[in-house]
Design a protein around this ligand. Structure first.
Ligand code: LLP
Length: 407
């Protein structure tokens, strides 16, 4: 992105998340256009970046929301997403979450077990409502991605087997309080290959055909999220290739196609800015210690994920002067790093580092570990910047504890 990162760091302080809204718009439009000619809804996966302004921006473009807690549903509603474009997934929904979702009359509740279906039926009965549901099918496909973000194998906790799904549809179809209108799968995240998506689509589309044959009329076909993005030099899936595979496998079926991209929409819209505090050498190993930490961006620590790291505008920096350094934060854990052996020029106090591809699963996975305040978030749009979340304060962090303090 062509953003004056130094000016933003000076204006808002560091550590700082910055999101390019023009990039987000471009991603949404590209994907939506790839669905041209078909009924479709892009249900942005709020978990990737749940800042209200991000959701609101996508809602204005026409996006729906894929939510995984009632809190995310509330965020989507607050941000102005139409209730008929909100879906609520997740392996374990509490009764109060089910009740609230039914009261809000959102598009679909995605069910992930028979027990959950019975619970939803019970709550719907209490409310005198018919719950629109879809069932998450686990097609037992290896998505060929990181094991922590693979979800479509029987060994993963997600969804139900095909036979069970069919039995659940038959039950739901007979129930006065359930209306089975959707089908759902999500085989994993950061998918860079088309074949697992194609295979899963084929399996689930066949199930839809067999359900239609017994007069269970599935209207919404939800392929989940997972389109991979470029962090390093990955070759990934284009929007066109993605939709073509979906069209091919659902041929002849009258369906509204749903998808739930998170990372695709926002990962490369975001950067994380952090300032150098110190440099040091331990037994010949170079460390660059910065003011951001694993509590701000945990992906490197948690998944050993690669995020490109760049020094911004370091005076007179020459590439040949670069030497490998571990970029680490101040948190009391050896796992607190952003990158290992990153080639960087000699750095000084207050020099700025830019960590790329931080728009997805960055801020949303942040914590207050070590009583570190969460970073501020800034949006950049048409060359203008604006704050979309204040930097947290110490007072914000202790607010829910102070009144119980006994000295
Ligand atoms: N739909 C469902 C049901 C999901 O479980 C997920 C992600 C998505 C959609 C969105 O997937 P995406 O398009 O973003 O790949 N924290 C991990 C990623 C966890 C993804 C969990 N589910 C990371 O930082 O890589």
């Amino acid at each position: 992105m062509s953003i004056d990162t130094k000016a933003l760091a000076d204006k808002y302080g560091t550590p700082l998340y910055v999101y390019d809204f023009d990039y987000i718009e471009n991603r949404y439009t590209t994907l939506k256009e790839a669905f041209a000619g078909k009924k479709s809804i892009i249900n942005y996966a709020v978990k990737a970046n749940s800042n209200l302004s991000v959701i609101a921006y996508l809602a204005k473009l026409g996006a729906g929301a894929d939510c995984v807690s009632i809190g995310e549903v509330q965020r989507a509603l607050t941000a102005g997403v139409s209730k008929y474009k909100i879906i609520f997934s997740g392996v374990g929904k509490r009764d109060d979450e089910i009740r609230a979702a039914l009261e809000h009359d959102i598009l679909l509740l995605n069910l992930e077990s028979e027990a959950e279906m019975k619970r939803v039926e019970m709550v719907a009965k209490e409310l005198g409502k018919e719950a629109r549901i879809s069932i998450r099918v686990n097609p037992n496909i290896d998505p060929q991605t990181h094991p922590y973000i693979s979800t479509g194998l029987h060994e993963n906790k997600f969804g139900v087997e095909l036979d069970m799904a069919k039995r659940m549809y038959i039950y739901a179809n007979k129930s006065e309080f359930l209306n089975p209108v959707g089908i759902h799968f999500h085989i994993g995240s950061q998918l860079t290959k088309l074949s697992p998506i194609k295979e899963a689509c084929g399996i689930v589309a066949d199930l839809v055909r067999s359900l239609k044959a017994i007069n269970i009329d599935i209207k919404f076909f939800d392929v989940g999220g997972g389109i991979g993005v470029v962090y390093d030099e990955e070759v990934t899936i284009s929007a066109k290739e993605y939709t073509q595979v979906i069209f091919e496998m659902t041929k002849g079926l009258d369906l509204t196609l749903l998808c739930e991209p998170g990372r695709y929409m926002v990962a490369n819209a975001g950067i994380f800015l952090t300032k150098v505090l110190y440099e040091k050498n331990n037994g010949g190993k170079r460390f660059v210690i910065v003011d951001g930490a694993m509590n701000d961006l945990i992906r490197p620590s948690l998944y050993n994920a690669y995020h490109k790291i760049e020094a911004v505008g370091v005076e007179g920096a020459k590439e040949y002067e670069n030497t490998p350094a571990d970029v680490v934060g101040p948190v009391c854990e050896s796992g607190d790093f952003f990158g290992k052996d990153v080639p960087l020029p000699p750095l000084e106090h207050n020099d700025l580092l830019m960590i790329h591809s931080a728009g997805a699963y960055g801020f949303t996975m942040a914590s207050n570990y070590n009583t570190r305040a969460k970073a501020a978030e800034v949006a950049v749009q048409a060359g203008k910047d604006r704050l979309i979340r204040q930097r947290e304060t110490y007072e914000d962090q202790v607010r829910l504890e102070l009144e119980y303090l006994e000295k």
